[in-house]
Design a binder for this molecule. Structure first.
Ligand code: NDP
Ligand code: 13P
Length: 338
């Protein structure tokens, strides 16, 4: 059944998901705060800043008017970086109150909030009143926008404690090249999504420094161990970390040049300054901010995250990456399962 869907956020992922949902037969309005971008999307069907050379469906409509996008929508998909999520959620909440609507909320944000360490669904549940939402579903997994744009095979997870809502999201997105599984473990899905970006920066950095396959495999595997450790400390199901939103997303992000986090790490490994890397990316590098949040959270909770800690020192205390690696390799020898 065709649904009216509002997509909030027209960056690489929001715009490509909006395009896919349009091609899935839904009636989609894409909201962006940027007037030039909306003009380009509606006239040339392009979004050059975020998806160079991609041509969007001519059925996809864009607007800067959030109320117009949201009016009568029974599904709202939010694809905004963690940093801007509350601002957009609060605006959305006011509009939903005014329109007296109670849509299904789906989000695809991957990060943890600075200082509060909250997951995106926690932020959304605080800022969008229960009167204004049906449920909150997390859409996560190994899914670079660039691959979905060319209809490469992709599998992701729709996570929600309410499985009926997860199944509704599963139906909306699934098609011949995009396969959606369900999961009821929101905590695990969101920790996996946020924390893999830290390891992806590390993986890029060691490759930028000239390390090879063994080093990358070690980093990914031990990275997964500390992702799981933190997630489980907050109640996640350990099984989720061997699923799509866990190891799946970790592998795609830590091994792909399409990953902004991997690319940022690679440039750091080659000696570039963090601020220059951020300024030149032109898109969000969530892992830079998640490293700080996860480092602080792990210390508060007394969960060991040596790779996250090493990356924190590199990003926030100016430690040389080679020093951080040598410190990681010379830690007390331990069991793999601790
Ligand atoms: N790219 C990908 O392949 C994937 C990304 N994700 C996740 O999705 C989220 C969004 O990523 P992505 O689309 O890639 O990011 P981009 O950097 O490509 O785009 C971000 C979009 O969000 C908008 N935005 C940022 N802050 C605000 C704000 N305060 N108010 C309104 N709009 C805002 C930007 O608008 P403006 O242009 O005006 O700044 C832009 O349209 C991230 O958490 C990311 O980790 C998840 C899976 C895949
Ligand atoms: O989450 C992603 C793929 O699943 C996108 O990762 P990057 O933000 O590193 O590009």
């Amino acid at each position: 059944m065709a649904e009216k869907i509002a997509v909030l956020g027209a960056g690489s992922w929001g715009s490509i998901l909006a395009n896919m949902l349009t091609e899935n037969g839904h009636n989609v309005i894409l909201w962006s705060r940027n007037e030039d971008q909306v003009k380009q999307l509606n006239t040339n069907h392009t979004n050059p800043r975020y998806m160079k050379d991609f041509v969007y469906s001519d059925k996809l409509v864009a607007t800067t008017d959030m109320k117009q996008a949201v009016k009568d929508a029974n599904v709202i998909l939010i694809v905004i970086p963690t940093k801007g999520l509350r601002e957009v959620a609060q605006k959305l909440n006011n509009i939903l109150t005014e329109l007296n609507q109670k849509p299904l909320i789906i989000h695809a944000t991957k990060g943890l909030e600075q200082n509060t360490y909250k997951r995106p669904s926690e932020m959304l549940s605080e800022d969008i009143s229960p009167n204004n939402r049906e449920a909150i579903v997390v859409l996560s997994g190994p899914s670079h926008a660039e691959d979905v744009a060319i209809k490469d095979m992709t599998a992701v997870t729709a996570a929600c404690e309410d499985l009926q809502s997860a199944k509704k999201a599963q139906k909306l997105f699934s098609n011949s090249y995009f396969r959606v599984y369900t999961n009821d473990d929101v905590i695990g899905a969101e920790f996996g999504a946020a924390l893999k970006n830290i390891i992806a920066i590390g993986a890029g950095a060691i490759q930028g420094l000239g390390y090879h396959d063994n080093a990358r495999a070690a980093l990914i595997t031990r990275g997964l161990a500390e992702i799981r450790r933190l997630g489980v400390a907050f109640g996640a199901n350990p099984m989720t970390f061997i699923g799509l939103s866990g190891v799946g997303d970790l592998v795609v992000t830590a091994t792909s040049k399409n990953s902004r986090n991997w690319r940022a790490g690679y440039q750091l490994g080659q000696g570039k300054k963090l601020q220059d890397v951020i300024d030149n990316m032109g898109m969000v590098i969530e892992g830079v901010y998640t490293t700080k949040a996860a480092y602080e959270l792990s210390r508060k909770r007394q969960v060991q995250m040596p790779i996250t800690e090493a990356l924190y020192r590199v990003l926030y205390e100016g430690e040389d990456i080679k020093t951080a690696i040598s410190q990681l390799m010379s830690r007390d020898l331990t069991s793999e399962n601790e």
